[in-house]
Design a protein around this ligand. Structure first.
Ligand code: NDP
Length: 297
């Protein structure tokens, strides 16, 4: 069997097109342009490419975008002052602090300082709490991208066994939190999963991953998931992005696993494009909520 390839690029393009139409109507009705402010500390080339790509996409969709750069030796106080300024700026709806921050900075303190109503990464404890209670304001971008791929490919998870490899705050944990809810904005078919989360201390990980109807790999280890770890016919979502001598590869041995899986995302061109689309979706949500709030004030 050769797996169906889930085309993340095409799904992201579909979402961007829908978002562009919604933004056009919103901006005409409210005279507000949703605006994303990206904060970049230092000069990491990969982060710069990522941030610039987000800015270009914003502009194509009729959104505003700002880039605020601080030097690599900036202090927490300098960054916190910039965040306070962006929190107070009514023209800015979403704030994105590009990670990783330089080692002298306290990432948790910085992320907690972003106004929860502008926290388009959904990292603020308030937003994490809302997600865990099943009443999200923003959905975390990469996990939301995974759910969009499943929903738009008509691969429901309700009642199915989902195994997530990795328990990070950015991917594994929030994805698990979303999939165990009773419903989601994509419908109850894309919630109600039976979720197992594996990590570096998990014993006999292959035996667990083989039970998965949907296997999500988010560990940051090139080609870690091999065909023997996958149940025949399973859906395999590869979140990993690993730079190797052979270019970018995921956490899944794509060539081997595609012969066993029922459906699989490639790397690149799988989850990655969805993550950026979801940041922009959250920025639009932030702008809508800001307008609603000022109307009711
Ligand atoms: P982290 O490094 O924060 O977390 C990795 C997780 O994997 C940890 O929970 C760790 O366990 C677990 N892990 C590591 N090695 C093993 C192992 N051998 N067996 C089982 N579990 C293991 O990574 P992120 O979640 O930030 O990222 C994961 C991958 O996803 C990376 O390749 C990253 O580049 C990519 N990524 C892609 C995005 C996209 O848009 N496509 C967005 C975000 C990330 P423990 O907790 O015990 O240490």
């Amino acid at each position: 069997m050769t797996a169906r390839i889930l085309d993340g690029k095409a799904i992201a393009a579909e979402i961007r097109a829908e978002l562009g139409e919604q933004i056009e109507v919103f901006s005409q009705q409210t005279e507000v342009t949703p605006c994303l402010a990206a904060v970049l500390v230092g000069d990491d080339p990969a982060s710069e490419v990522y941030v610039r790509s987000k800015r270009r996409t914003c502009e194509k969709l009729g959104m505003g975008s700002q880039l605020h750069q601080l030097p690599a030796d900036a202090t927490d106080d300098q960054l916190l002052a910039l965040i306070a300024q962006l929190n107070a700026d009514r023209a800015v709806h979403g704030i994105l602090v590009q990670l990783p921050l330089p080692p002298q900075m306290n990432t948790q303190v910085v992320l907690d300082a972003v106004d929860a109503a502008k926290d388009v990464d959904a990292f603020h404890p308030h937003n994490v709490g809302l997600i865990s209670q099943g009443r999200p304001r923003f959905l975390p971008c990469t996990p939301h991208g995974v759910c969009q791929i499943l929903a738009r490919s008509e691969l429901p998870v309700s009642g199915r066994r989902v195994v997530i490899l990795g328990r990070s705050e950015i991917v594994g944990k929030p994805l698990a939190s979303m999939l165990v809810q009773k419903t989601s904005h994509l419908g109850s078919e894309y919630a109600n999963a039976t979720v197992t989360v594996c990590h570096s201390r998990t014993e006999d990980l292959a035996a667990i991953s083989r039970q998965a109807d949907v296997l999500v790999a988010a560990i940051g280890k090139a080609s870690f998931v091999t065909a023997e770890m996958v149940q025949p016919g399973a859906t395999v979502i590869d979140v990993g992005i690993n730079r190797t001598e052979n270019g970018l590869v995921g956490d899944v041995d794509f060539e081997g696993v595609k012969e066993v899986a029922g459906a699989i995302t490639p790397v690149p061109g799988g989850v990655g494009p969805l993550t950026i689309a979801m940041v922009l979706t959250n920025t639009f949500t932030a702008a809508r909520l800001a307008v609603q709030q000022s109307a009711s004030a």
